[in-house]
Design a binder for this molecule. Structure first.
Ligand SMILES: Cc1cc2nc3c(=O)[nH]c(=O)nc-3n(C[C@H](O)[C@H](O)[C@H](O)COP(=O)(O)OP(=O)(O)OC[C@H]3O[C@@H](n4cnc5c(N)ncnc54)[C@H](O)[C@@H]3O)c2cc1C
Length: 519
């Protein structure tokens, strides 16, 4: 064994960088080991289209859950920009193109859109009340995410005192589908609400497991507003700031080194990794796993249960935004979340088809155009030409249904066909081409994501999301494993999931609650 550290962090995703920054600032010696030749895990930007200066967030793309407190503590110089529009959902009513457009601050235009779609004002009134109560819930829960876990009773008391009993029942006690069905009448309005419960989560909205509820909760609580903002410069800009913070704090960050085993006895640990052809062993007081729990299990020589991812991510470069059949300006339609075939009944049928082993007839997904909010990811040339990026996140496409060569291409064609039903011109006509004349489209199935990021099963949260309350009094930060000096600092921690840094912060706090190793 050549070297010893207070803390060795396995994996160099954004959570690992947050943990490393906090720990190094507190004076601990920290080594981060990342198998890829770059840091950031799923929070990165790439230039995927040959010869074109467009830097796209390849995997994760919007930020909501990163607490302002972490940004301030680590002195991160980040710009997160609000989108002008919250969402646009095209559909057909009585054989004619129709849609629902919801502003970021729903006002007169939103009210008019609800009325035109549903023929009444009731669902808009319900929308305002529902989200008003949820916003109070978010304000109650957000500050707890970077504190020791409250008990379920304490969290309930907080939520009920701020937002009322109904919200607690709807979000924490009953399947979220029931809340949506009891609150809204229109199938499309219900679907717009429901998608927040299904991003990266393969379940029914009526499932008594309440998995959709947890996903819904995490999509609504970020910083007490639940607003999803655009990282200026793309996700790579977020990671770049975290790298700077970790390095300037004194952490050692290594890339291109794959950890092959972790051995720990509660007070000491040994970590083996491959550095080129050499196997290196280092010692540590603590090991933090920035990798998924299933990866950690494998590294510890234990049987691992792999989660299953269920999404398709597509990144596209457009030479122009497509016109819409209903005449809405594409700069509004694609600025926020554009829902594709995500009515409530379509979401449920897609789920039911996928669990019975079939790809849904109508593939639900959502899109957004980064460059309508932030053009800095394009070089001067592409900006001058007025080109745009488009990102699609498809739901209910579990890994098991996507085996075989060319499946991603087939899915992309089907998504484009779905989108074309609402467009006045085919999306294919708007695709930019790279210097080799190839259309600028890249797609990632869960299998691709598992291979590229070592996210087991391609599950974007490293596993199912957990409730943000205390499950074990011996684990106040929700980061423990069965060995005292091995902690989870990645998305698989109790309050992990998403680009939040919360798991990294909380694991660092758990380590800092212990005494540093002696000289
Ligand atoms: C397609 C997609 C879209 C998403 N969209 C969003 C979004 O818009 N907003 C949002 O908030 N969240 C989104 N997410 C989820 C979010 O990106 C993740 O939950 C989050 O990035 C996880 O961060 P992490 O640091 O915990 O782990 P990861 O990002 O998974 O990083 C783990 C790192 O560990 C490395 N590693 C694995 N095994 C080893 C080993 N043996 N040795 C060394 N290194 C190893 C991996 O290479 C990786 O770099 C998305 C995820 C995906 C995949």
């Amino acid at each position: 064994m050549t070297q010893r550290f207070d803390v060795v962090v396995v994996g160099g995703g954004h959570n690992a960088l947050v943990a490393a920054a906090y720990l190094a600032r507190a004076g601990r010696s920290v080594l981060v080991l990342e198998r890829l030749d770059r840091l950031g895990g799923a929070a990165v930007s790439v230039t995927p289209f040959r010869g074109l200066g467009a830097r796209l967030s390849r995997y994760s793309y919007l930020v909501s859950l990163l607490p302002d407190r972490i940004v301030a503590d680590l002195g991160l110089r980040l710009a997160l920009r609000s989108r002008a529009v919250s969402s646009y959902t095209p559909t057909e009513r009585a054989g004619r193109p129709a849609s629902l457009l919801i502003e970021r601050e729903p006002g007169a235009a939103t009210a008019a859109s609800f009325r035109a779609l549903t023929g009444a004002d009731a669902d808009f009134a319900a929308w305002q009340r529902f989200y008003g109560e949820l916003s109070l819930m978010a304000q109650a829960i957000a500050p707890t995410m970077t504190e020791q876990l409250p008990s379920r009773e304490a969290l309930r008391a907080r939520v009920v005192a701020t937002a009322g009993e109904r919200v607690w029942r709807q979000v924490f006690d009953e399947p979220i589908g029931l809340a949506i069905e009891e609150t809204f009448a229109d199938d499309l309005v219900r679907g717009v609400v429901a998608t927040d419960a299904l991003i990266g989560t393969h379940t029914s909205l009526r499932s008594p497991e309440l998995l959709a509820n947890r996903c819904f909760l995490y999509h609504l609580v970020g910083n007490g507003t639940g607003e999803w903002r655009v990282p200026v410069g793309g996700m790579g800009a977020v990671t770049a700031e975290l790298i700077r913070a970790a390095r300037e704090s004194g952490a050692t960050l290594r890339t291109g080194v794959e950890v092959t085993s972790v051995t720990a006895d509660g007070t000491d640990a040994e970590i083996a990794y491959r550095d080129g052809d050499t196997e290196v062993r280092v010692g540590a007081r603590h090991v933090l796993a920035g990798v998924a729990p299933a990866v950690l299990d494998r590294l510890r020589g234990r049987a691992a249960t792999e989660p299953v991812g269920s999404q398709l991510k597509v990144n596209v470069l457009l030479s122009r935004l497509p016109k819409l059949r209903d005449g809405v300006d594409p700069r509004s339609a694609f600025a926020g979340t554009c829902h594709l075939d995500e009515s409530y009944s379509e979401l449920e049928s897609a789920y039911q088809a996928s669990v019975s082993g079939q790809l849904p007839d109508r593939l639900p997904g959502e899109m957004y155009c980064h460059t309508l909010t932030d053009k800095s990811i394009l070089d001067d040339d592409l900006r001058g030409r007025g080109w745009h990026t488009l990102t699609l996140f498809g739901l209910h496409t579990p890994a098991g249904l996507l085996a075989g060569d060319g499946v991603a291409d087939t899915l992309v064609r089907r998504y484009f066909a779905g989108l074309n039903r609402y467009l006045a011109e085919p999306i294919e006509d708007c695709l930019a081409t790279d210097v080799d004349g190839r259309p600028c489209v890249e797609a990632r199935t869960p299998t691709d994501i598992a291979a590229e990021l070592a996210m087991p099963g391609g599950h974007i949260f490293h596993g199912d999301l957990a409730w943000p309350w205390l499950a074990d009094p011996a684990d106040p930060w929700g980061v423990a494993t069965d060995v005292a000096n091995v902690l989870v600092c990645g998305s698989g921690a109790r309050r992990g999931g998403g680009v939040s840094g919360i798991a990294g912060h909380n694991a660092a706090m758990a380590v800092l609650a212990t005494r540093p190793a002696g000289p």
